[in-house]
Design a binder for this molecule. Sequence first.
Ligand code: HEC
Length: 127
Amino acid sequence: MKRINRSVILFLLLLAFAGCKYDFILEEEAPPVDPSGPEISYATQIQPIFNAGCVGCHKAGATPPNLVSGSSYAAINTSKYINTSTPAESGIYKVPGPTGTTHRHKTYTASEAALILGWIQQGAKNN
Ligand code: HEC
């Protein structure tokens, strides 16, 4: 009798724990970038992303676009890389971005991607 009681309790405990579902969020959460919020600066917020992760390959005489400071804005200021009417379709956002599937070399972190997208949504200014 005691045995049965234990099994019943064990079974109920198991059911109770099986009912708990844990969702572990492992990805870095992107801070929301409000396009109508403070202006994102190309020189102080976007260029440093390129300096840190891109210019090793994207420089003069190497793989375009040239993302080196001083050359980068002119290099990406074309419809191929910047699409202000559909910002998420911009090459400079999309290729190394969260949905990019072709650029195996380097991808933006979630917060870098959010900054790039926000900057394009604000008109992709050379500010
Ligand atoms: C290890 C070298 C390497 C690094 C680092 C790198 N890229 Fe690239 N990237 C390439 C190569 C090579 C290509 C050409 C296409 C391919 O092979 O995927 C490319 C292609 C691209 C393209 C598409 C170019 C076109 O005209 O179609 C964009 C945009 C781009 N990279 C942006 C970036 C950005 C932004 C970073 C930094 C976050 C970065 N890349 C870091 C090597 C690199």
